[in-house]
Design a protein around this ligand. Structure first.
Ligand SMILES: Cc1cc2nc3c(=O)[nH]c(=O)nc-3n(C[C@H](O)[C@H](O)[C@H](O)COP(=O)(O)O)c2cc1C
Length: 189
């Protein structure tokens, strides 16, 4: 468990081997049993693994805002091979939903590492166009997209110095600064 938590980094470049549908369903099963405020379960999910839909979805998500523009978006042949779209069914509930989304997505991300996948949790998305493309009724809120595939890049944690910006080195490796443990433990009683 600890190994998976430390291993998980955002991945934005993917090998093109297909991700098995059964494993994508399993990831949603992990989300299904995540903690939920008042246990009112409004989250629903769309799996996209069909190549035609994937190609149409790809331009509707935005990559790596901290990087210079030419380094952000996966190059041709390194795109995600699957997506999970996280939806809120507003007929069920709307309150506290962002906490529910966070817990569900993290279950998916950690489960994905265990299967050898890399993921990018994406909030910068074109909700209107995704709704249209995937024919999602209005009573759903499209919350987040998770891009998935077998990783084709490496990403490592770096000590935080004075900026939260992640960067990519000349070999294409990602570096992600994280604040040190002693800085974020505000108090111990
Ligand atoms: C709520 C949320 C929204 C995010 N949205 C995007 C996004 O739209 N595009 C993107 O490339 N990364 C996105 N990320 C990924 C973050 O950039 C990434 O988690 C952060 O840089 C830390 O890297 P790490 O996940 O490897 O620790 C998002 C992460 C979170 C939690």
């Amino acid at each position: 468990m600890e190994e998976i938590i430390y291993k998980r980094r955002t991945i934005r470049r993917f090998k093109q081997d297909p991700v098995p549908l059964e494993l994508l369903k399993k990831l949603i099963d992990y989300a299904r049993i995540a903690p939920v405020a008042r246990n009112i379960q409004a989250l629903e999910f769309i799996i996209v693994h069909n190549a035609v839909i994937r190609e149409k979805l790809f331009p509707l998500v935005n990559w790596a805002a901290s990087l210079p523009e030419e380094q952000r978006t996966p190059e041709k042949g390194r795109e995600p091979t699957a997506y999970i779209i996280v939806l809120v069914n507003t007929h069920i509930k709307n309150a506290y939903i962002d906490f529910d989304v966070g817990a569900a997505v993290e279950n998916i991300l950690l489960g994905a590492v265990n299967f050898g996948f890399g993921c990018c949790w994406m909030g910068s998305i074109n909700v209107k166009k995704i709704g249209k493309l995937l024919e999602i009724p209005d009573y759903y809120i499209i919350k987040q997209v998770i891009s998935i595939g077998y990783p084709d890049e490496e990403s490592v944690i770096e000590p935080y110095i004075d900026s939260f910006n992640y960067w990519k080195d000349n070999e294409g490796k990602m570096h992600v600064p994280k604040r040190p443990l002693n800085d974020i433990i505000f108090k111990i009683y």
